[in-house]
Ligand binder design. Sequence first.
Ligand code: UT7
Length: 329
Amino acid sequence: MEKISAAITAVGGYVPDTKLTNFDLEKMVDTNDEWIRSRTGIEERRILREPGQGSSDMAVPAIQEILRKKNMAATEIDCIICATVTPDMVFPATANVIADKLGATQAWGYDMSAACSGFLFALTTGAMYIESGRFKKVIVVGVDKMSAIIDYTDRATCIIFGDGAGAVLLEPNTEGLGIKDSILRSDGSGRQYLHMKAGGSVKPASVETVLAKEHFAYQEGQAVFKFAVKGMADVSAELLERNGLTGDDIAWLVPHQANLRIIDATANRMGLPKEKVMVNIQRYGNTTAGTLPLCLWDWEKQLKKGDNLVLAAFGGGFTWGATWVKWAY
Ligand code: UT7
């Protein structure tokens, strides 16, 4: 029997129109454009400002772009996996809300909570549904409305995050293209450095938790930075080695966009020049689960069939990983 692999066959994306620039942030907290640029590479981020809108409102247009490109009806979607840490509500899953808004009445789905590695974890999971032969059209969407959980008086954290969504369609492929290999890792002992203190079952929302600002993302940036540099670079190098690949074989590194210095460290470790590294952090900041598919969205026209891509991420959990993809179109 022919081996079925899971290929990315279309990409869609969505970022809100409203821009929050470094100069805007200068007016909100004690920071400056020079510091933010040199420490992170970020110049501006997008913010979903409209009241009553949530992550599903960014995921839906991203997926609709795919449906348009593929001339496909929403009812053809078998499954939607939504990677997010900012779901519309604690429950039901945002994937369900997305399916409803799209009219994807034949789809089942669920949310994947793996912070900045969410898209990577969801991509690998979605690929398995295709490889098994069980499903033919799986949507993997990475979306976060980080502005909903950011404290805009905390200068160390508010400067890096933004809002956005990116999505891919996975379909069966018999030419050996698509998702080739993944190394995924998690280490819950890292949760102390990056988490939300309240709103879960351990510490439900109360007047006290709101007053103590415990519903915002808490990050010890420097500690996360050290783990991220090592984690993302190690796993990317390991992925190359176990597949007998070198930097010369790789057309593109698609790195999580948290900090330009983390991206540079990973690229150096893989022996990749800057021209092979997708970087759009200056325009969107860190959109958590949105970063990887938003890179694919921005670079889609430059990708060629057969190109080797390495997608790499590190984030809250800790969670991290790298995936080798052979581009299929
Ligand atoms: O998305 C996945 C998970 N997240 C990450 O991967 C993020 C990883 N961490 C980072 O990217 C960086 O740690 C940050 C960008 C968040 C912070 O940069 P840093 O170079 O680690 O800064 P720091 O926290 O070590 O602070 C250095 C100095 C401090 O001043 P002193 O104590 O040396 O006087 C901070 O108070 O910079 C100060 N500082 C700022 N100054 C101007 C911190 N934030 C700011 C700011 N503007 N926004």
